[in-house]
Design a protein around this ligand. Structure first.
Ligand code: TYM
Length: 378
């Protein structure tokens, strides 16, 4: 068995998702649950159909609450330690879909504090990335009346008493066990988990968190504590990772530009990176490829189409069959992906232009934002 490791700050090796589900005590999103979702959403997001969002905690209870009219809310976030890559933006597009379908509030935490504590960057650098990242997230197009984007270092005064109450219930041995903290870990980071838990308490309703599976450790602590504070245990819906360009081990990293495509990469960058770095499941020569066909399971271009860039199941299936049979060559498959990414990035950057004026609303002046700045969490 190959070794692998998943924490909120590191992914190493080839992730065995079944093993994580067992280790973390998650449930898979089964067909029954998908049917229940479709009852309300009419269509099923392709990331659910394809089990990219594949595991959950209490998603069934969220649906119960919704059906009974109690409602729920969404919470997700981003640690602004660099430019955002394609993997980082996936949970946000998925969260937007959920917001549109269920008409619920979305809280987006920007953890400038966390990233300052984890990374070796100046506060100035973190601040710059914070504003850049918020713009990327605003470009996704959340419902302004129902969305609040906040950065920890600024919103902290509104939540500090509650943070303290939570922090007092978490001891060092717990976070050591959950996050692998050591005696050499700085004390800021040891305290930080108390902060990432708080937004799950923003409403007296069940919270649903869409994110990749790496964030789960926080939710485990939240679930042990929530009821003692009179709140619900948070629910969560977990995705797998969009794999790095170089193949199915580890994760995309902002500090290694050849491992990822960034939201501000140019058409040329996209073409160069995919052509040069995207790991191929094809054969070494055209003759062999025509004869033996390619392997889409390990092929990064195919996997990226499956995860995000080709929403049509019919088209994806055609591509898969043609690649397996050897009809479609690696270079041609890469070309399909390049076109899709370039189109996505063009549209995203157009939305970014428009979103510039809206940041103030998401953070301070929108309906939900205003309400949140008036609130003090005791
Ligand atoms: P961060 O900035 O590391 O990641 C932002 C979001 O992207 C997800 N993610 C990925 N999804 C798919 N493929 C990938 N390769 C990939 N890499 C990262 C992460 O799971 C996350 O959802 N501590 C958090 C910020 C945070 C947060 C939250 C995230 C605060 N509150 C609530 C989710 C939900 C962080 O540093 O995320």
């Amino acid at each position: 068995m190959e070794k692998f490791k998943v924490t909120p700050w590191e992914v190493e090796g080839k992730v065995d998702y079944d093993k994580l589900v067992k280790e973390f005590g998650l449930k898979l999103i089964n067909e029954g649950l998908k049917k229940r979702i479709v009852k309300h959403t009419k269509d099923l997001h392709f990331m659910l159909r394809r089990n990219i969002f594949f595991a959950h905690r209490d998603l069934d209870k969220v649906l119960n609450d919704y059906e009974k009219g109690k409602g729920f809310f969404l919470y997700t976030g981003r640690g602004p330690s660099g430019k955002m890559h394609l993997g980082h933006i996936i949970p946000f597009y998925f969260t937007k879909w959920l917001q549109q379908k269920f008409k619920v509030n979305v809280y987006i935490e920007i953890t400038d504090d966390e990233k300052f504590l984890v990374k070796n960057q100046t506060w100035e650098e973190i601040k710059t990335y914070t504003m850049e990242n918020i713009l990327e997230i605003a470009a996704v197009g959340f419902d302004i009346k129902r969305t609040f984007i906040f950065r920890d270092s600024e919103y902290i005064a509104n939540i500090y008493p509650l943070v303290l109450k939570v922090a007092r219930k978490i001891n060092f041995s717990l976070v050591k066990a959950v996050f692998g903290f050591k005696n050499s870990t700085n004390i800021g980071l040891i305290f930080y988990p108390a902060i990432q838990i708080i937004p799950t308490f923003f409403e007296k309703k069940r919270c649903l968190i869409p994110a990749a599976i790496d964030q789960d450790p926080y939710w485990r602590i939240q679930r042990d504590l929530a009821e003692s504070f009179g709140y619900y245990k948070t629910a969560a819906i977990h995705s797998k990772f969009l794999m790095p360009l170089k193949g199915p081990t580890g994760k995309m990293s902002s500090s290694d530009p050849t491992s990822a495509i960034f939201l501000d990469d140019s058409e040329k960058d996209v073409e160069r990176k995919i052509m040069k770095y995207a790991y191929s499941g094809g054969q070494p020569t055209i003759e062999l490829h025509r004869k033996l066909g390619g392997n889409p399971e390990v092929d990064v271009s195919f996997q990226w189409l499956k995860y995000f860039f080709e929403p049509s199941d019919k088209k994806l299936k055609e591509i898969e069959e043609d690649y397996r049979s050897g009809k479609l060559l690696t270079g041609e498959l890469k070309q399909i992906l390049i076109e899709k990414i370039v189109k996505f990035l063009k549209e995203h950057s157009k939305r970014k232009e428009k979103a510039k004026d809206r940041i103030i609303e998401y953070m301070y002046e929108g309906k939900l934002a205003r309400k949140m700045w008036e609130k003090q969490y005791e």
